[in-house]
Design a protein around this ligand. Sequence first.
Ligand SMILES: Nc1ncnc2c1ncn2[C@@H]1O[C@H](COP(=O)(O)OP(=O)(O)OP(=O)(O)O)[C@@H](O)[C@H]1O
Ligand SMILES: [Mg+2]
Length: 404
Amino acid sequence: MRVIFYTGKGGAGKSVISSATALKLADRGYQTLVISSDPAHTLSDALETDVYHVPTPIIEHLWAVQIDPIREAREAYGAIQEYVVSLFKSRGVDEVLAYEIAALPNMTEFVSLLKLVEYVESNQYDVIVLDTVPSGDALKNIYLPTLLGSTATKVIKLVAPFVNLAKVAEPLVGIPTPSKEVINQDIKLLGVLRKLKDIIANRQVTSLRLIANPEAFSIQNLKRTYLLANLYDINVDLAVVNKIIPDGVTDAYFREWKEAQEKYLAESEAAFHPLPLKKLRLFQSEVKGIPLLTAVGDELFNGEDPAQVYFAGKAIRVQETADGLEVVVPLPTTGSYREICEVERVGEDLSVVIATDIGEARNFIPLPALAHLLKLDRAKLIDGELHIYFLDERGKRGKSGSPR
Ligand SMILES: Nc1ncnc2c1ncn2[C@@H]1O[C@H](COP(=O)(O)OP(=O)(O)OP(=O)(O)O)[C@@H](O)[C@H]1O
Ligand SMILES: [Mg+2]
């Protein structure tokens, strides 16, 4: 069983590449499901077939499903949402606003992840491809509830038998008590979240693949997702740079675009090292319909099995040290490194300039949130990896008693 997520900013090529991957997988005989939760129905557009909210057969071995986030959210979370709304309303919050607050952040992505559990458990598919963005924030959504999960479930189970009794007390306390339905839905949701976490954390099963375009913002944005995935211990196995103007295009009009793309390609190679990096050319037209998607799949995978785990290691490593935090970043092997010339914070990132035998190379390294609170101490090159140390000068509060 394999679960493959494609992520990247809007328009990067997620729908095209997920559909192309799914077609290629089906062609190799894998029972394949491609899931999209994009309200714009891009899967239907790409495949040029209607895709419904239940798995819709596309070709032999391939099904596609277009998740209806509102329907799914009502099913998984509706009763809980109504309860949360009633809590806010009891505190005088206006109804429209109460519904806004009670809506889960990244609801669309969140419910499509919940559906994933259902499809994995159905045991009907060998590979599930998701054309959905588990952006860094959505990954966080999965993680937090599972951390709370076990305690919350216990508390809820304890409370459940008393709910009807509590109803009696409601007018006295002034806070609405959750109904049995709310509690049951809560327990079910927590159960699904735990299963989801198990699926996503299984590095042999789930991989996240990054889709960048050869432009600055796209790459920077994915570097952050890459870091977060590493922090959450989610396997990232492949990067794709899409929409590269092919060498054959020599029109002077595109000269500067091509030069810029070359620069950003080199930047992506550094940014996503040590992931394997695939390049996909900009086709002559939009990529729509099974024949063109199949052509994309052929160019991307070229006889390989798209279901393989392309890379199993961990890239950026973050570890606590006795006096702070260490961030380890493997460096690409182009040129040999001599020394670190400059290390400074630039916004949320760290800019590191390293002298190599072919000139200076500047790397922007996204930092975990904790590092923002700590003092940058020093950076060292050890065996082709950059080690960055941060000092925790916030006092030893909370750390005392931990073994050193
Ligand atoms: N390699 C390519 N060559 C030509 N056109 C491409 C290529 N990749 C994607 N496109 C086109 O770019 C547009 C955006 O691609 P796609 O819909 O796959 O992006 P997306 O990441 O799914 O976007 P969204 O975030 O809006 O869902 C589409 O019109 C698609 O046909
Ligand atoms: Mg899309």
